[in-house]
Unconditional design. Structure first.
Length: 288
C-alpha cells in the first residue's frame, strides 16, 4: 500500500513526464487493437467469400429467357455448381433500391430497364470458379462476368499488406514506447538521487527503493492498454453502422465477448511486460 502511494507521489510531482508516457502507451496499444481488429475483420470477410464461392454473369440487352435457362442448365450439368439463381431486371432494381434507399438522387437516375438480368452461380469449391467462368465466357449472350475469386485474391493481398504494415507499426511504436518509459523513469530517478541516498542511509533495501519506479512503468502500460482498447472498440462501434450499410450482406468482425476480452487480456499482458521491463532497465541503469 505504501509502495503504491509512493508511486502515485512520483507521478503527481512530475505530471508532464507522466502524461507523455501515458500518451505514448495509449497510442501504441490503440494501434495494436486497431490492427488486430482490421486483420480479424478482413479474415472473416475472406472466410465468408470462400465459404460461398460465387461468380455472376450479366447478360446483354435483349437476351432471351430461353438462352439464359439453357446456360443455367449447362452449368448445373458440370457437377461443380451448388446453386444457380436467376436475377431479373426487376429483382436487380429492387436490390439497387434497397442498397441506395438513403440516396434519392441515385434512385432517380436508375430504373429497372437499364439494369441487366444476371445469373448468380455458386460452386462447391472456390477452385471450381475458373472452370465455371470459362463456360460462362463462351456464351455470346454474356456481357460481363464478375469473378469472386479475383475479389478473394485481392482481399488476401490486402490482408497480407495490412498485417505486414500493422506489424511494422506495432514494433516501431512499441520500441519508441519502451524508450520513452525508460527515459522518463530514469529522469525521475535522477531527480530523486538525494532522497534515495537518504533512504539508503536509513537502511532501506534496494527493492524497497526500486518497487515504486517499477510499479510506475507497469501503471503506464496498463493505463495505455486499457484506454487504447476502449478507444478502438468505441471507434469500431461508432463506424459499424456505416460499414454494415456499405458491405451489405457481408459480415464484419463479430465483437463477441470472447474476442474482446481475449484481445484485452493479451494487451494487458503485453502492457505489464513492456512497462515492467522498461522501468527495470531504467532502474538498472540509473539506480546503482
Amino acid at each position: 500500500m505504501k509502495t503504491a502511494k509512493t508511486t502515485w507521489k512520483h507521478m503527481r510531482r512530475s505530471p508532464y513526464q507522466s502524461m507523455a508516457a501515458v500518451f505514448m502507451t495509449l497510442l501504441t496499444f490503440f494501434i495494436i487493437s486497431l490492427v488486430a481488429t482490421v486483420v480479424v475483420s478482413l479474415s472473416q470477410i475472406i472466410s465468408y467469400f470462400e465459404s460461398s464461392p460465387k461468380v455472376t454473369a450479366f447478360f446483354k440487352e435483349g437476351t432471351q429467357q430461353s438462352s439464359i435457362d439453357a446456360l443455367a442448365e449447362s452449368l448445373k450439368s458440370s457437377g461443380k455448381v451448388s446453386s444457380v439463381k436467376f436475377v431479373s431486371k426487376e429483382e436487380a432494381f429492387k436490390r439497387y433500391s434497397n442498397w441506395n434507399k438513403d440516396n434519392p438522387i441515385l434512385l432517380e437516375l436508375v430504373n429497372a430497364d437499364v439494369l441487366p438480368p444476371s445469373l448468380e452461380i455458386s460452386t462447391y469449391k472456390i477452385e471450381d470458379l475458373d472452370d465455371i467462368a470459362k463456360i460462362i465466357k463462351e456464351s455470346s449472350d454474356v456481357s460481363d462476368v464478375v469473378f469472386l475469386k479475383d475479389v478473394v485474391s485481392s482481399l488476401i493481398s490486402w490482408t497480407d499488406a495490412v498485417r505486414k504494415i500493422g506489424l511494422a507499426l506495432v514494433i516501431v511504436f512499441s520500441v519508441v514506447c519502451f524508450f520513452v518509459i525508460t527515459t522518463i523513469i530514469g529522469f525521475k530517478i535522477s531527480q530523486k538521487r538525494e532522497e534515495i541516498e537518504i533512504m539508503r542511509l536509513l537502511s532501506a533495501t534496494s527493492w524497497y527503493i526500486r518497487w515504486p519506479f517499477l510499479l510506475e512503468g507497469i501503471f503506464y502500460g496498463l493505463f495505455g492498454a486499457i484506454t487504447g482498447w476502449i478507444l478502438t472498440f468505441g471507434l469500431v462501434l461508432y463506424t459499424k453502422p456505416f460499414l454494415l450499410s456499405f458491405m451489405k450482406d457481408v459480415p464484419l468482425v463479430t465483437l463477441t465477448p470472447t474476442f474482446l476480452f481475449a484481445l484485452l487480456a493479451i494487451e494487458v499482458g503485453l502492457a505489464i511486460l513492456l512497462g515492467a521491463v522498461a522501468s527495470f532497465m531504467a532502474v538498472l541503469r540509473y539506480l546503482k
